[in-house]
Structure formats: structure tokens, C-alpha cells
Design a protein around this ligand. Structure first.
Ligand code: GN1
Ligand code: MG
Length: 370
């Protein structure tokens, strides 16, 4: 591993972890931060933690994320306790002797939380009951934050899901072509242009006041849900780095983009890529069972569009990173961001074709006529 054991020892001692670190295993799901499962042995008692090194190219002000996380996790655990429930699944971030929830030193910006026992994550999911449960978990997260004071939150990445700003920024980069890669991707650029009118429809609805901003998670991939080993139900939602004001359609949509795709998000064989309408339905059932009653009609009517929009946005973001020299997302091989782009574009096009079907499903579940 490229990070030495001493680094983990230093982080552990700053967080006052008892005992000696006996094992460090990389956890692979995210494509931004570095995440490790770390086991400490204190007189024969083994305890697991999650250590994360924050990507400070992406998060320019990592202290702001940690401030947001502090507020959000407290708000959620207070609510759970008020309702007489067990806050076991709420992430418990460790503090240093300076009473802060991070360690910032020459080897990076680190945070740590206690590993949630008896839990696991999945990267793909064909099991409808698990998808329904994940939908409920993200819906419930939304509910928990419905009375959270958004002015306490820093905008950790400005314009994170401002699709229009993403597309405009992308076309600036195309003009500059700083890596000389634009000629390879003309077909994808053309498709981005063609799909733009629908891709920025949510922006227009925000501008005209048709959709409310809420406090949302903004990174609702199914691998950001912890499932219980015994019951296979969702236990909690993790990765709170991008909790910021946003649209319900963003959270619903990003979850669908990832979990209702028949393939992984970077599948090179495009014949395998496409929206599975039954997986979509299962997630939507869970999500709406939690939040359906608190959403406006326009919010419900834009959920399917949210899935299209978030997938389109990822096409733009992956291609933007490709033509800029792969600086943002971790890549595993040369051209990985281009493979991701093409996969997400195939999915966007499939959703474009299936938009009526997707809307019908939401209409059936919610009982709202479109
Ligand atoms: C990143 O943190 P992670 O790896 O779950 C990205 C998301 C993208 C996703 C695509 C802060 O999520 O916005 O949807 O990759 N997070 C950030 O896999 O940019
Ligand atoms: Mg993330």
C-alpha cells in the first residue's frame, strides 16, 4: 500500500484509539476519498474503525465538510433518541484532544468513525427487497433533515448539482482542449448538446420557483447504504460529504442512476447497460413510502426526470474530467473516465426512451396523475 503503517498509527493516536493497530484493509467503493477498515487490538479486544483520507483536490475546505457532518449526525441521532429508537446505526465520528473530528497533518486530512458492526455494502443490487429498503433509507434520511436549519451548512462543493453550470463549464473546457483529447470524443460532445434542453429542465424549474430546495444527501449511490448482515435491511446511510441544499429529484435520481442500471457505472460493453424498470419501481416504492406525503406534486412529477438529469450530469462530469486530464475521479486504467462517460451516456439515452414508463411507475405508486 502507498500509505505507510506509521501514518495510520499517527492518525489512531491523534484520535486516542486504545491499543495497537493490527490490520488495515482498503475499502474500495468510493471514487473520491481513500477509505480503510482499521482494526485495533487493546489487550486482546479487537475493535474496528473506518479511517478516511479526504481528497483535498475535490474538497478544497475539508474542515467545512466535517462541520456539516457534526451538525447533521447530531441532528439525526437526537431525533432517533427523541423517538425512543436505537441510534446504533448513526455514524460516530472520533474526536482528537483538540475536540475536533479530523486530523490535518503532512500526510493528509483524515477522519475516523467506529465501524458499524454486522453491516455490509453492495455495489450492484438485483434484489428488490434490498432496493426497496435502500429507497426507504434515503427517504428516511430526507425526512430526518426536513426540519434541519440549512443555513448551518457550508456549501462544500458550490454548484454541485447545478447541471446547467456543469454543462457550461464543460463547453469552456472543450474550447480550451488542454489535453488534446477533444477530437476523440466528438460524438459524445454532440450527444451532450442534443440532450441539453431536457438536461437543464430542473434548473429552469428551480429558477421559476416551481421546485423547493431541501437539505439533501446528494450522493445516493447504493454503496452509500449500510445493510444489516442478519436482516438484510438498510441500517444507515453513509458518506455525508455532500449534504447540502438540493432537490429531492437529485437524491432519487442519483440512486436510480446507480442502482437501477443493469450494469456497473463503468461497464465497457454498452449492450449490458440500461435501466431496469423493476429495480426502478422497487427503489421508488421504498423512497415514496417514506417521503411521498411530504412532497409537492411538482416534486413527485420530476422524480423520473431527476434520474435522467443525474445520469446526464455524470456524462458531462466524467467527460469533463477525461478532457481535463483525469484529475478529479480516481481512475483504475487509462481511458477509464471515457468508459464511464460512454456507459452513462448509453444509460441516459435509454432513460430518455423510457421516460414515459418511468413517469407512469411514479404515478401508479403515488396515485398522482401526470
Ligand atoms: C463520487 O464519493 P463517491 O465516490 O461515492 C462523486 C459523486 C458521483 C460518483 C460517481 C464528491 O462519489 O458525485 O456521483 O463519484 N462525489 C463527489 O460514482 O464528487
Ligand atoms: Mg462521496
Amino acid at each position: 500500500m502507498d500509505i505507510s503503517r506509521e501514518v495510520f498509527d499517527t492518525v489512531a493516536s491523534c484520535f486516542r484509539i486504545d491499543g495497537k493497530i493490527v490490520d488495515v484493509v482498503p475499502m474500495t467503493s468510493g471514487i473520491i476519498n481513500r477509505t480503510f477498515k482499521v482494526t485495533a487490538d487493546s489487550n486482546g479486544n479487537l475493535k474496528d474503525y473506518v479511517f478516511q483520507r479526504i481528497n483535498t483536490f475535490v474538497f478544497k475546505q475539508p474542515k467545512y465538510i466535517m462541520s456539516n457532518i457534526e451538525y447533521v449526525t447530531h441532528h439525526i441521532s437526537d431525533k432517533i433518541v427523541e423517538n425512543g429508537l436505537d441510534a446504533e446505526g448513526v455514524l460516530h465520528f472520533l474526536k482528537t484532544d483538540k475536540d475536533v473530528n479530523y486530523v490535518d497533518f503532512s500526510e493528509g486530512f483524515w477522519r475516523a468513525y467506529e465501524y458499524v458492526p454486522n453491516s455490509y455494502t453492495v455495489n450492484t443490487c438485483e434484489d428488490f427487497s434490498k432496493l426497496r429498503s435502500a429507497g426507504k433509507a434515503f427517504g428516511n434520511f430526507q425526512n430526518m433533515l426536513s426540519d434541519f436549519d440549512a443555513t448551518k451548512l457550508y456549501e462544500t462543493i458550490p454548484d454541485f448539482h447545478n447541471t446547467r453550470a456543469r454543462v457550461e463549464g464543460f463547453f469552456e473546457k472543450v474550447k480550451k482542449d488542454e489535453c488534446g483529447r477533444v477530437k476523440e470524443v466528438e460524438a459524445e460532445i454532440k450527444a451532450i448538446k442534443e440532450l441539453m434542453p431536457l438536461g437543464v429542465k430542473l434548473n429552469e424549474m428551480i429558477d421559476s420557483g416551481e421546485l423547493p430546495l431541501r437539505v439533501t444527501h446528494n450522493d445516493t449511490k447504493i454503496n452509500n447504504v449500510l445493510f444489516d448482515i442478519t436482516t438484510n435491511e438498510a441500517k444507515t446511510v453513509i458518506d455525508l460529504d455532500t449534504v447540502m441544499p438540493g432537490l429531492v429529484a437529485h437524491d432519487f435520481g442519483d440512486a436510480i442512476r446507480f442502482a437501477a442500471n443493469k450494469s456497473a457505472e463503468d461497464e465497457p460493453d454498452l449492450t449490458k447497460v440500461g435501466l431496469d424498470i423493476d429495480r426502478y419501481r422497487a427503489f421508488a416504492e421504498g423512497f415514496l413510502s417514506e417521503v411521498g406525503n411530504s412532497l409537492t406534486k411538482n416534486e413527485i412529477k420530476t422524480l423520473a426526470l431527476g434520474a435522467f438529469t443525474m445520469t446526464y450530469e455524470l456524462v458531462v462530469r466524467f467527460l469533463d474530467d477525461y478532457i481535463s486530464g483525469d484529475k478529479y475521479f480516481k481512475t483504475l486504467y487509462e481511458g477509464h473516465n471515457l468508459v464511464r462517460t460512454r456507459c452513462q451516456l448509453a444509460l441516459t439515452q435509454d432513460m430518455y426512451e423510457k421516460l414515459d414508463k418511468m413517469n407512469n411507475v411514479i404515478s401508479e405508486i403515488s396515485g398522482i396523475e401526470f
